[in-house]
Design a protein around this ligand. Structure first.
Ligand code: CMP
Length: 137
């Protein structure tokens, strides 16, 4: 059994796709072990995306991520890191496969509707960034 962090980003919340994203997770047999709505400060967004600090898009990305509410979730299931990334599709919606969340709902490569951890180590860091042990069920 594996865990991963999912975020429905501010563009996704503004487009009212939260229910559809959850529906896709549950239809795929992925369990939601924790969920909450948050509004990141600029500093909190910078901390979450610290690995991207040197990238040219870092300032714009963290402005966007602190521009409105997000919903963060801990997803649980067999191979859930890979399966969530399959459901999300490629980072750039122009390259995402048909039927994926980003193909269907993302605005562009930055405002791409959802985030999902890319490996067990990043999942552990990202889950602990938002949830303590008592909040994961
Ligand atoms: P995410 O999966 O959350 O991981 C890092 C984020 O940076 C990514 O989704 C996008 O929101 C953003 N991102 C990645 N590449 C670019 C890019 N070339 N230009 C702008 N934003 C990007």
């Amino acid at each position: 059994m594996e865990r991963t962090l999912s975020i429905v980003k501010p563009d996704g919340i503004r487009k009212h796709i939260l229910g559809e994203v959850i529906r896709r997770f549950q239809e795929a047999g992925i369990r939601i072990a924790a969920i909450k709505m948050i509004h990141l400060s600029k500093a909190e967004a910078e901390g979450f995306y610290a690995v991207h600090r040197e990238r040219p898009f870092f300032d714009s990305l963290t402005d966007f991520m602190s521009s409105g509410s997000c919903v963060v979730m801990v997803l649980e299931g067999d191979e859930v890191i890979r399966r969530n990334r399959e459901l999300m599709g490629a980072t750039n919606p122009a390259e995402a496969a048909p039927g994926t969340i980003r193909k269907d709902f993302a605005t562009n490569i930055e405002q791409n509707a959802v985030h999902g951890s890319d490996a067990p180590e990043t999942a552990a860091f990202e889950i602990s960034y938002f949830f303590n042990a008592l909040e994961i069920h």
